[in-house]
Design a protein around this ligand. Structure first.
Ligand code: ZN
Length: 174
C-alpha cells in the first residue's frame, strides 16, 4: 500500500478517527506502510491519520529503533497523573517545535494487531509519545496544546504550512 506522510492542515489530521474494531488485511497493510514512513522519516511515533487514514491505530517507538515499535489499536488513556512540560515536534509539521504540557504518567489500554488486550503504565518520554499520537486520533495537533504565548511564536510557521497546503490544491503534499 503506497501511503505517505500527510501534512497539516490536511483535514484528515483535524477530525477524529474511527474505531478499528476487528483487524483485517487492509489494516495490516496500512500498519506496514506506517512503519516504513515512520522509520524513513526517523519518527518515534506515527498515527494513521498522518498517512491519510482516519482509523484509530498508531505506532509508538520512543527509542526510534526499528523493531522496538508497538502497534496500538483503539487506545484509551484510563488515568493521567502529574504534569510535565517538554518540547515536541511532529512529522506532519516538519521543522516546527514547541513546548507542550503533558501528563507525566498515564495508564493506557489498547489492543495489538492480534487482538490481544494490553493495559500498561507509561511515564516520561514514552508517556509523552503515547499522548501525542493519541491526540492525532482525536484530531488534535500539538500546537493546539501550546500556551497562547508559545503558539504565537510558531504562528508564522503555521501560516507557511497553510499556504503550502493551499498552493498544492489540497493534496497536502509539500
Ligand atoms: Zn504528530
Amino acid at each position: 500500500m503506497a501511503l505517505d506522510i500527510v501534512y497539516w492542515p490536511d483535514p484528515v489530521l483535524t477530525r477524529p478517527a474511527s474505531p478499528v474494531g476487528s483487524v483485517d488485511e487492509e489494516l495490516r497493510s496500512v500498519v506496514a506502510a506506517m512503519r516504513r514512513v515512520m522509520f524513513r522519516l526517523k519518527g518515534v511515533g506515527l498515527a494513521a491519520p498522518q498517512v491519510g487514514v482516519g482509523r484509530r491505530v498508531m505506532l509508538v517507538c520512543p527509542s526510534g529503533a526499528p523493531g522496538d515499535e508497538e502497534v496500538v489499536v483503539d487506545p484509551e488513556i484510563l488515568e493521567r497523573h502529574g504534569e510535565v512540560e517538554g518540547d515536541e515536534g511532529c512529522l506532519s509539521l516538519p521543522g516546527l517545535y514547541g513546548p507542550v504540557v503533558r501528563a507525566e504518567r498515564i495508564r493506557v489500554r489498547y489492543r495489538d494487531l492480534d487482538g490481544r488486550l494490553h493495559e500498561r503504565d507509561l511515564e516520561d518520554f514514552p508517556a509523552r509519545v503515547f499522548q501525542h499520537e493519541h491526540d492525532h486520533l482525536e484530531g488534535v495537533m500539538f500546537p493546539d496544546r501550546m500556551t497562547p504565548t508559545a503558539r504565537a511564536e510558531v504562528e508564522d510557521q503555521l501560516q507557511a504550512f497553510r499556504a503550502a497546503y493551499a498552493a498544492k490544491d489540497g493534496s497536502g503534499r509539500a
